[in-house]
Design a protein around this ligand. Sequence first.
Ligand code: MEV
Length: 310
Amino acid sequence: QDTSQGFAHAKAILFGEHAVVYGSPAVAVPLHGLGVQADIRRSPHQETRIESQLFSGTAQTAPEPMDPVVAGLNAALKAVGDPDAEVELLIRSAIPHSRGLGSSAAVATSVARAVANLHATVFDENTLHEIVQAAETVAHGRPSGIDAWAVAKPAPIRFQTGCAQTIDVGQRLVFVLADSGHHGSTAEAVGGVRARRDADPTRIGGMIDRLAALTDAAVDDIRSGDRATIGERMIEAHSLLGEIGVSTPTLDSLVDAATAAGARGAKLTGGGLGGCVLALADDDDSAEELAEALRKAGAPRTWTTEVRPT
Ligand code: MEV
């Protein structure tokens, strides 16, 4: 039996999480070292089976946390004109879930790409995006769509109101990502910000506007390769994210540990209330020192990633 494969990588948001939900821009970077592989083949049985870390069994008996995967699979099969196909799907992911790293979007992207491969085709990027957004809507309610683009594009992107553009990077940037060890719920974090914004539109709205301004300024810094300024803006963005209520003492202490260890800047990344901290290093050697300092400060694991001029 022929097996077809699909891949996708994780992502980290560098600027603009939460503000992006209100139409502001955001910047995301790919995490090429962390990914998902989906293997798919036509089922020899009369049923669709899914095997993953979370669940193994028939699609019909899959528990609720698998709903986004099933939604993505069905949307992809529909898009290739094979909606009633019965398949066997194996998902292997190295991306920890609920850490703001886009694991749900990456799983859906890998599954969609595997389905396209099974049909000896590839989805154009807009079709792929719609399929992944169908899965993301089941996973997170009303996602902005940044994750769906960020896990599918190989370069850093600037995203705003549904559209993603690749950013031309002026200078190599090395980042260290540190896991706080705590799950974050994107839906809960987004809901909390919305409630606080409704209660105090002037103050919270002003902070969201400031996050948007930081994002736009940072896009220029990334293009020109101004590492020091990017770092300063990360620190300001973290403090604003704290003020809109999505940081935690653990995230704050990891940010402090990163800056004390020589990071140019550091901030929480993604939804917050848990998840990860992203720190900007000067070079590969300082990234190693940073990673060690972050693990000493309590991060159960760290990853190093880079973006390069094209
Ligand atoms: C999730 O990676 C980022 C948030 O801005 C939510 C969203 O964009 O849908 C918190």
